[in-house]
Each structure stands twice: as structure tokens, then as C-alpha cells.
Ligand binder design. Structure first.
Ligand code: ATP
Length: 202
């Protein structure tokens, strides 16, 4: 099936944009939500995390010990790379499982991932969208949504590739600056993807 990857910096509004595609009947795989789920459910991944970061990575009830993991990977690039090398392939497997039960009449699917480019996940997509918004707007949105400080948002932003870097790799763009209508932009892209998906099938 034709696959569209969608990403954007923290607070850019990629989830909001995905909701519009969902209204159009396009199924969306939320990679970040899936990653959180499979960290407790995917046996191979759980074993990998335990052997890399210790049995204390999980509580007795099987829940992830976020504090333990965060304590190890925070400001430790090697440990973070090790965690990502375990989690990303597991998310790819979860996507394949999810896609296998999508009705064949579905024209295309959307894969939303904050680290679409950083994880290499974009290579498995037929095309990609980058959602962008001005820095100040992204900052304001995340502070409001998560009740965090500007410094905390900045620390999270600094861990992601810049929009400039991502835009070199993206095929399509949605500007979510609260001036331009995201609905109109989604509708235009939807038409494009319907055509591309038709060509892909034939
Ligand atoms: P994250 O990477 O942190 O998950 P995101 O890119 O998925 O963020 P959203 O969660 O979609 O971003 O949006 C962040 C916040 O901004 C949400 O509270 C959302 O309701 C709000 N928001 C997004 N787009 C708009 C918009 N066009 N107008 C008003 N509010 C918006």
C-alpha cells in the first residue's frame, strides 16, 4: 500500500494535521504512541531493553520504569543510540502488523513519527510531509499543552533535527502557522496522494 510519512518538530501540529487526514478516512499509524505501547508488550524488545539497561528497567507488574531509562539515556548519546536501535526496528515491526489488517480498499496510509527522518523510517515511505510552524508558535503550543517551561521545551527541541535539515529530506510541506488553513492544504495533498496511490497500484 502507498505509504505517506508525516513529521514535524515538537508543537508543529503534526498530530492535529493527522486528525484531518483521519476525517478523510485515511488510517494513521502513530509511531510514538506505538513505541510507548510496545516497550511493554513486544517480548523481543523487552528482553533487549533488560539486557542493555538491566532488569530494573521494568517494574514487577511489567510496566516500564521510565525514570530508570531516562536517567541512563539523558545526556548520554551512546545509551540513547542503543535504546533507539532497539526501539526503532520494533516500531517498524508494529507498523507492518498494523498495516497488514488495513482494508485493501484503503487508498494510502499515513505514518506519523516525530523522528521520521532521524530514525530512517522515511526510507520505508513512498513520500513524506513536513509540518512546520514558527518557533514562537511551537513554543507557546507546547508550554500550554504540557504545562512546561520554555527551557524544557527548548531542551526537547534541541534533541530534534532542525526544520531546515528536515526540509532538505521532505517531499511535501504543510504550514501550520495559524494563518494558512491546514484543511485546504490537507485536501490538496490528499488529491495528490490519491493519484499517486492509483499509479502505485497499477
Ligand atoms: P508533539 O511532537 O509534541 O507531539 P505535535 O507536532 O504532534 O506535537 P500537536 O499535538 O498536533 O503537535 O499540536 C500541539 C498543540 O498545538 C496542541 O495542543 C494542538 O491542539 C495545538 N495546535 C496545533 N495546531 C493548531 C492550530 N492550527 N491552531 C491552534 N492550535 C493548534
Amino acid at each position: 500500500m502507498y505509504k505517506v510519512g508525516i513529521t514535524g518538530g515538537i508543537g508543529s501540529g503534526k498530530t492535529t494535521v493527522c486528525k484531518v487526514f483521519e476525517v478523510l478516512g485515511i488510517p494513521v499509524f502513530y509511531a510514538d504512541t506505538a513505541a510507548k505501547e510496545i516497550m511493554c508488550k513486544d517480548a523481543l524488545l523487552v528482553e533487549g531493553i533488560k539486557s542493555a539497561f538491566g532488569n530494573e528497567s521494568y517494574f514487577e507488574d511489567g510496566k516500564l520504569n521510565n525514570k530508570h531509562i531516562a536517567g541512563i539515556v539523558f545526556n548520554n548519546e551512546d545509551a540513547l543510540a542503543k535504546l533507539n536501535a532497539l526501539v526503532h526496528p520494533a516500531v517498524f515491526r508494529a507498523f507492518d502488523t498494523w498495516e497488514a489488517v488495513i482494508p485493501p480498499s484503503t487508498p494510502y496510509t499515513l505514518k506519523e513519527a516525530a523522528l521520521l527522518f532521524e530514525s530512517g523510517s522515511y526510507k520505508m515511505c513512498d513520500t513524506t510531509i513536513l509540518v512546520t510552524a514558527p518557533y514562537e508558535i511551537k513554543m507557546k503550543r507546547v508550554m500550554l499543552r504540557d504545562g512546561v517551561t520554555a527551557a524544557q521545551v527548548k531542551a526537547r527541541m534541541d534533541k530534534q533535527l532542525s526544520d531546515e535539515e528536515k526540509s532538505k529530506m521532505a517531499n511535501h510541506f504543510i504550514i501550520n502557522d495559524e494563518q494558512e488553513s491546514i484543511i485546504e492544504q490537507v485536501l490538496a495533498l490528499h488529491q495528490e496522494f490519491l493519484k499517486a496511490a492509483e499509479e502505485y497500484k497499477s
